[in-house]
Design a protein around this ligand. Structure first.
Ligand code: NAD
Length: 457
């Protein structure tokens, strides 16, 4: 097992299968050095006046906005995501730093009435925090962790996914230029089993914030438990798009393809189980087929592209295996020929909720249409999964919308929409989709420790 940068990492462009660049692959030694830098930077950063910490975060937000186009192109090329989506995501990164720049001066405590003195609470930083992120939304997910962690006075070590490390390295450079002190944000590019696990096991790391698969999340939870280390876990999903017959079926069908095929289906929030009330199934399927025809799959750098390639050949092989289980293919979109990890968006119908395509996170552009008869059955099917991350409800009946929203076991739901994530609102999973929440004010609870102080009078 390599313990330091003896190997080189080839970073591939999924749309061309060509190498974008080569980087040294870090090991335990580099991870330890980054943790030491973060530890050294901690006292000065947490002692900085809250207004000064806020100013640095605002400067990072401005610097990301100033470099937005180059970051968007880099992300589009490295992940294979459409440039329009990448621009939106980089905009969100800038907004995330701006939003949490409001936090250092608003980390309020409480005074609690007690006998014999004054009791008050403080929100203390945790210390050095290890951040581990996946390859599907590399920079936004990193920023959802970095910004609240730094706002609360912590320092961080970020391990991006091996497949997509480039924008994280750029962010580190941009943040330093914007005035972030050395050692407050440290990016280490290395394998999950080595650098990732070192972050979890290192005694100087107070907490790990992880986004990735449920399998790796479970492993991180097990390792962290040895030291009662704080963890937040944002994991997989198998979300339901529940379409009732009383919905605007044309609108639901128009929105459904990108709710699954956006980011080539490599989205933890993908509404990959489309539950359709049987009375509207025929109308929905014909509208969906029409909507699929206009879906533009192709070059991520083409302004018109809506769906790019998958991240890797391995991912394509895994996704293809779900078409071999016997669920009927209702229709497929198109995909370019030639180099690139392309996969034509595919709709399976009818699928039973017990089929593998309905139970496992495919993480590719494959949708499973599952018919249902009544509201109770829809709720039962939607909840019959180990996951609980996201989902949508389409109906024009307001009471039903709220009734079903309350009944679904999921952290983030939208009605007559496919939105999952906003900077200002909490995001995270029920059940095996995770622990904790990101974004909104709630994320700050996960980057601080609550302290209570009693003063006798
Ligand atoms: P992954 O779990 O394979 O890897 C995620 C990160 O963990 C990578 O940086 C990887 O190097 C690292 N890692 C791998 N093994 C590790 C180990 N043993 N110890 C520590 N770190 C380790 O996930 P992925 O394939 O990069 O991403 C896809 C998964 O991420 C999907 O399951 C998806 O649903 C999930 N995801 C969840 C959210 C969310 O917010 N809930 C968002 C995006 C992606």
């Amino acid at each position: 097992m390599a313990t330091s940068s003896q190997t080189m990492l080839r970073v591939i462009e999924p749309a061309t299968e060509q190498m974008l660049t080569e980087l040294p692959h870090a090991g335990v030694e580099e991870a330890d050095a980054a943790i030491a830098r973060a530890k050294e930077a901690l006292p000065a950063w947490r002692a900085l006046a809250p207004g000064d910490r806020a100013r640095v975060l605002r400067a990072i937000s401005d610097a990301v906005a100033a470099h937005a186009e180059e970051l968007a192109v880099l992300e589009a090329r490295n992940v294979g995501k459409p440039i329009g989506d990448a621009r939106g995501e980089i905009g969100m990164v800038s907004d995330t730093f701006e939003y949490y720049a409001g936090a250092p001066e608003r980390l309020l405590g409480e005074t609690i009435p007690v006998a014999g003195g004054i009791d008050m609470t403080f929100r203390e930083p945790l210390g050095v925090i290890g951040l581990i992120v996946p390859w599907n939304f590399p920079l936004p997910i990193a920023s959802w962790k970095i910004a609240p962690a730094l706002a609360a006075g912590n320092t961080v070590v970020l391990k991006p996914a091996e497949l997509t490390p480039l924008t994280a390295l750029e962010l580190e450079r941009i943040a330093l230029e914007a005035g972030l002190p050395e050692g407050v944000l440290n990016v280490v590019v290395g394998p999950g089993r080595i650098v990732g696990e070192r972050l979890v096991e290192h005694p100087e790391v107070a907490k790990v914030a992880f986004t990735g698969s449920t399998a790796v999340g479970r492993r991180i939870g097990e390792l962290a438990a040895q030291q009662i280390k704080r963890v937040t876990l944002e994991l997989g999903g198998k979300s339901a798009n529940v379409i009732f017959a009383d919905a605007d079926i044309a609108a639901a069908a128009l929105a459904a393809p990108l709710a699954v095929f956006g980011n080539a289906g490599q989205d933890c929030c993908a509404r990959s189980r489309i539950l359709v009330q049987r009375a509207a199934l025929e109308e929905f399927m014909s509208e969906l087929e029409a909507a699929m025809k206009s879906l533009r799959v192709g070059d991520p750098l083409d302004e018109q592209t809506e769906v790019g390639p998958l991240i890797s050949a391995d991912q394509r092989e895994k996704v293809a295996s779900y078409l071999e289980d016997g669920a009927p293919i209702a229709f497929r979109g198109t995909a370019p020929e030639g180099p690139g990890y392309w996969f034509a968006p595919t709709v399976l119908c009818p699928v039973s909720n017990v089929d593998r395509a309905a139970r496992e996170e495919i993480f590719g552009p494959v949708a499973a249409v599952i018919p249902f008869d009544g509201e109770e059955e829809a709720i039962r099917l939607a909840n019959d999964t180990i996951y609980g991350l996201s989902g949508s409800i389409w109906t024009q009946n307001g009471a039903r919308a709220l009734r079903v929203a309350r009944a679904l076991e999921s952290g983030t739901l939208s009605v007559n929409s496919n939105t999952s994530v906003r900077v200002t609102t909490p995001f995270g999973g029920f059940k095996q989709s995770g622990l904790g929440r990101e974004l909104g004010p709630h994320a700050l609870d996960h980057y601080t420790e609550l302290k209570n102080v009693f003063v006798a009078l």
